[in-house]
Design a protein around this ligand. Structure first.
Ligand SMILES: Cc1ncc(COP(=O)(O)O)c(C=O)c1O
Length: 436
């Protein structure tokens, strides 16, 4: 039986048990492979009950939680093992960030992204968004303008606004199924109050790994206009299909002068609950000092023991778990593409294939539904809890974001529910005949 056919029937078989006994009911029906010798099995349905999972909290009444960006996988066993060994010491006193932490980051940046980062460029950062807020406070004043490029991860905007900054949208251009940056738009919106731009690279939610040329052009534009770039690379370690992520600060001299990178192992290694796990790479010494001082003044420079241990473990072992994870995510995306393309009702929705990470951007505009109804279709009629495309700003209307960082049987079940909901939406059977 083809994998897809197997999963479709497996999902159907599992659907009833899903509703009655929770996700664990899928395990026996749908786990097609044995756990590999290395000790991980991405097909395993993990039980998040009692783990205070934010994602699961919204998935009541048998709904599938496919929204917030963490994965329904266990972390890399080398990370768990390191944490376990550290816990077994029973010693949790005040702790400094050891050389091993910084060396691990320097080594990882070189190995994964070909980025030669001198040790002194690296600052511990207390989470990406917390650190971005500190960067807003350090490098901009209330009333200054900060550019974001929607549809984009919404906290960039909401936290800037909370801190009294003005946010200016420079929406991405969606052309021939691909997103591009709007450089003419940057020229149009610029005025002297513009002080910063937030870059999302890879871009959440549209999944782009920005090409080196685009980043170099952006760096030149920002340097010419004295605009600092805060580059969020939290999804960088999840580059798919053999693509390489290019760190913004590495593209040219201008980028190194005006850029600050924020990175973290939390997405790739599924460590979001170990909050405060991130780092900044700041090549320019003056900016580095200012950012360092801000963190010191707010007493935000102490990393927790789990942060230090997990980062060192994740970044110093061979990334074989991570590579296997990426192949699995690619499989889930291929499966989803195949389902949507080959189903007469569901093909009305277009899958935008991400170049990185486990978040799939679905173009649902051809359904012709107002956003509220679209969300109702997914969240209530299909029972698949997704992120609202409109929440990512202009350009997000008519889209939703689906998290496929989960066992493929869950993706299969989600597709089946979505397909059924589309087919029967409002009693009308939607059919498209042309290619989409
Ligand atoms: C682009 C992006 N940046 C930042 C975050 C959150 O990072 P942190 O939890 O370190 O604040 C997320 C989480 O989904 C994200 O997608």
């Amino acid at each position: 039986m083809k994998r897809r056919t197997f999963l479709k029937s497996a999902a159907a078989a599992g659907a009833a048990s899903l509703l009655t006994s929770g996700l664990l009911g899928l395990t026996s029906a749908c786990t097609p492979k044995k756990a590999p010798a290395q000790g991980w099995n991405f097909d395993e349905i993990i039980d998040r009950t009692g783990t205070w999972s934010i994602k699961q909290r919204r998935a009541t009444d048998g709904k599938l939680a496919m929204w917030i960006a963490d994965m329904d996988f266990k972390t890399d066993p080398v990370v768990s093992q390191a944490l376990r060994e550290r816990l077994d010491r029973d010693v949790f006193g005040y702790t400094y960030g050891p050389d091993e932490f910084f060396d691990a980051i320097v080594g990882w940046e070189q190995k994964m992204h070909g980025f030669d980062v001198p040790r002194e460029w690296v600052e511990y950062a207390p989470g990406v968004i917390t650190s971005l807020c500190q960067a807003y406070l350090t490098f901009t004043e209330p009333g200054d303008k900060i550019i974001v490029q929607p549809p984009v991860y919404d906290p960039f905007k909401s936290y800037a606004q909370r801190l009294g900054r003005q946010v200016v949208d420079n929406p991405l251009i969606f052309k021939d199924g691909r997103y591009e940056m709007d450089f003419d738009g940057l020229d149009r919106l610029y005025d002297k109050r513009v002080k910063a731009l937030v870059l999302c690279n890879p871009h959440n939610p549209v999944g782009i790994i920005w090409p080196r040329e685009t980043l170099a052009r952006l760096a030149d534009w920002c340097a010419a206009h004295d605009v600092i770039v805060f580059s969020d690379g939290i999804h960088a370690d999840l580059a798919l299909y053999g693509k390489r992520h290019t760190p913004f600060c590495s593209v040219n001299e201008a980028a190194a002068r005006i850029g600050i990178e924020f990175c973290s192992p939390t997405k790739a290694f599924n460590l979001a609950g170990i909050t405060g796990t991130a780092y900044a790479v700041i090549p320019d010494p003056e900016k580095r000092q200012r950012f360092h001082d801000t963190l010191s003044n707010a007493k935000l420079r102490e990393a927790s023991i789990p942060t230090l241990v997990a980062t060192i473990a994740a970044y110093t072992h061979e990334p074989d778990w991570l590579e296997a994870l990426k192949r699995y995510i690619e499989g889930n995306i291929a499966y989803l593409e195949d389902c949507f393309q080959s189903d007469p009702a569901a093909r009305i929705i277009r899958v935008i294939r991400p170049e990185a990470s486990f978040l799939v951007w679905l173009d649902c505009r051809a359904l012709g539904l107002p956003q509220e109804k679209l969300m109702h279709l997914f969240n209530e009629e299909a029972g698949v809890v997704v992120n609202n495309g409109a929440s990512y700003g202009p350009g997000g209307e008519g889209f939703i974001r689906l998290n496929v960082g989960c066992p493929c049987t869950i993706v299969a079940e989600a597709f089946m529910r979505i397909e059924r909901a589309i087919s029967h939406h409002d009693g009308r059977v939607l059919r498209v005949t042309g290619s989409n």
